[in-house]
Design a protein around this ligand. Structure first.
Ligand SMILES: O=C1O[C@H](COP(=O)(O)O)[C@@H](O)[C@H](O)[C@H]1O
Length: 266
């Protein structure tokens, strides 16, 4: 159970006592959204990130979730990907495959990863084309206020610098509003070449979960959530504001430790 649940204009904050509780809460949340989407639309379109997120989703491979989730209805995408071979240790696809997808009965043709044998620009264009086809067939919904895809759930991590997906502070990719997927070749965090969903796509999702743990991210969590005035307008995590969807933050105590007005007793 969450140590603290707060709703403010930055979404719902779920602050968990420890990583084990966070893993359980996150698995319950994803399983519930999957069930609701399958009931309503017959499919669940979910976009993953890389980094610490996949390990934190690990409970989904265990009972009861491995049996109760309707895995055959999942369509899997990536909110960002590093432009490296799929078997490279930096690949977000490999991370998810090894840590999650190979352990549950996902339909291989429902896994939509990037083409790893072309340039970053081509990979972004091809990825956008694939998503466009799936929007046409309504495997992925479409936003009713923009022409953007409306994923049932986008799962994001956040770096200590406040980056989300591969949208980094002060990078021009943050201003991309025409494309659904863009590419960068100068990521401040290696590897340099990446593709990423743009903010309009992230903010068109039905649900966005920010999953952030560890003390090294406490300052960025504070800047992304608290009312700090106009100091940090381009902190990417602060720009995650689903237009009609729901934003939920999953934080452990160290990540939440610099939030205004939250005091934890040991
Ligand atoms: O490079 C990336 O970093 C972020 C954050 O990773 P974390 O390990 O600090 O959680 C991740 O969300 C993104 O997908 C990845 O490409």
């Amino acid at each position: 159970m969450a140590l603290s649940e707060v709703n403010n204009d930055r979404g719902e904050l779920r602050i968990l006592e420890n990583l084990d509780e966070l893993r359980t809460d996150l698995a319950d949340y994803i399983a519930e959204l999957s069930e609701a989407a399958v009931k309503e639309r017959g499919v669940f379109a979910i976009a993953l990130s890389g980094g610490s997120l996949i390990d934190l989703m690990g409970k989904l491979c265990e009972a009861p979730y491995n049996k109760t989730v309707d895995w055959a209805k999942w369509y899997i995408f990536w909110a960002d990907e590093r432009v490296v071979a799929k078997n490279h240790s930096d690949s977000n696809y490999k991370l998810a495959k090894d840590g999650l997808l190979s352990k549950v009965p996902i339909v291989p043709s429902h896994v939509h990863s990037i083409n790893d044998s072309v340039s970053a620009e081509e990979a972004a264009d091809e990825y956008m084309f694939v998503i466009r086809q799936l929007v046409k067939t309504r495997m992925v919904s479409v936003s009713d206020i923009s022409d953007c895809p409306k994923f049932d759930l986008i799962l994001l991590g956040m770096g200590p610098d406040g980056h989300i997906a591969s949208l980094f502070p002060n990078h021009s990719a943050l201003d991309e509003t025409d494309e659904w997927v863009t590419f960068i070749i100068d990521s401040p965090k290696p590897p340099p070449e990446r593709i990423t969903f743009t903010l309009p796509v992230i903010n068109s999702a039905s649900n966005v979960a920010m999953v952030v743990t560890g003390e090294s991210k406490a300052e960025a969590v504070h800047l992304a959530i608290d009312n700090i005035g106009p100091d940090c307008p381009s902190l990417p995590a602060r720009l995650v504001q689903p237009t009609k969807g729901k934003l939920v933050w999953f934080l452990d105590k160290p990540a939440a430790s610099k939030l205004d007005g939250l005091q934890f007793s040991e």
